[in-house]
Design a protein around this ligand. Structure first.
Ligand code: GA4
Length: 321
């Protein structure tokens, strides 16, 4: 079992932080400013009044729980994750492990319908629930990306959102289930469910049940818990957005720990460009004072690098110029 590395010795246990909470029903220009500031200062924020229907969330949660409570043999029929499908403990292809089981799906409807055959006894229902949820969170991600373009004064207001609206978008959807797991006596640490990493894509829209576990890494490697909030979505900047904002936004490291007594289930939508899309910062964000930080690359190239490395590796570094 992998246990959480403690914070630097002598440091007190960090208090949970309250991420910036952004009310999407507030005045647009103000919201754009707040989101941009949150992306610069934290790389993470929460949104409320997000417009994702409660029924779409509840139905997705029910499908997820329905799957994870199935007997092992049945779940294994949807695996192994290559990378899509059901996975357990193994993350990626380079030896990363964690106390987690998951379903990883491509959001393309054809792919969802193929995967659902082994996931659910009612594949059609499963597909329509995933489709409803993914449409709603994709809409939310696009709204946020348009607000970001506004907040950054980028000329093309849909510069970021058009990448995930594209029918060829390589966006994915993940359900993570962290079964309760015992406290590690020797180190007094919780087991690591999903090890530290940054998200490679543009933007992640995450929610969980009422059980904590998410931690984000703030300056000097201090891990700070983010309390669960099922009424909100937690949004974070991915590596591609860090590159496209020429390093103005940070794709922040985060991880998930398990709990001793309660199961955590999270659902994450990762908005990504099409494989052949070119990723680079627009000229407005490149100045003599902030020259282009990363060489232009395609999402396909970046994804290949991601899968050739381990979960915790700093892959964006390889693209520095
Ligand atoms: C982290 C973010 C997403 O969950 C994910 C993960 C992917 C996987 O589980 O297949 C990766 C990981 C994630 C980054 C490094 C590589 C790829 C596991 C791994 C070791 C689906 C993604 O896109 O990148």
């Amino acid at each position: 079992m992998v246990v959480a590395s403690p914070n630097p010795s002598g440091a007190e246990k960090p208090e949970a932080i309250e991420l910036p909470v952004i009310d999407l029903s507030a005045e647009r220009t103000e919201v754009a400013k707040l989101i941009t500031k949150a992306c610069e200062d934290y790389g993470f924020f929460k949104v409320i009044n997000h417009g994702v229907p409660g029924e779409a969330i509840a139905a997705m949660e029910e499908e997820g729980l329905g799957f994870f409570t199935k007997p092992d043999v049945e779940k294994q029929r949807a695996g192994p994750a290559t990378p899509f499908g059901y996975g357990r403990k193994n993350i990626g292809f380079n030896g990363d492990i964690g106390e987690v089981e998951y379903l990883l799906l491509h959001t393309n409807p054809l792919s969802v319908s193929q995967s659902s055959i082994t996931i659910s006894d009612d594949p059609q229902k499963f597909c329509s629930v995933v489709d409803g949820y993914v449409r709603a969170v994709r809409g939310l991600a696009c709204d946020i990306l348009d607000l970001i373009a506004e907040g950054l004064w980028v000329h093309d207001p849909s510069l970021f959102s058009k990448m995930i609206r594209d029918v060829e978008s390589d966006s994915i959807f993940r359900l993570n289930h962290y079964p309760p797991s015992p406290f590690h006596h020797c180190t007094s640490s919780n087991a690591v469910g999903f090890g530290e990493h940054t998200d490679p894509q543009i933007l992640t829209i995450l929610r969980s049940n009422d059980v904590g576990g998410l931690q984000i890494c703030v300056a000097d490697a201090v891990w700070v818990p983010v309390p669960p909030d099922p009424t909100a979505f937690c949004v974070n900047v991915g590596d591609v957005l860090q590159a496209m904002t020429n390093g103005r936004f940070m794709s922040v490291r985060h991880r998930a720990l398990t709990n001793i007594d309660k199961p955590r289930m999270s659902m994450a939508y990762f908005g990504a460009p099409p494989l052949q899309a070119r990723v680079t910062a627009p000229p407005e964000l490149v100045t003599p004072h902030s020259p282009l930080l990363y060489r232009p690359f395609t999402w396909g190239e970046y994804k290949k690098a991601t899968y050739s490395l381990q979960l915790g590796d700093s892959r964006l570094q390889l693209f520095r110029q």
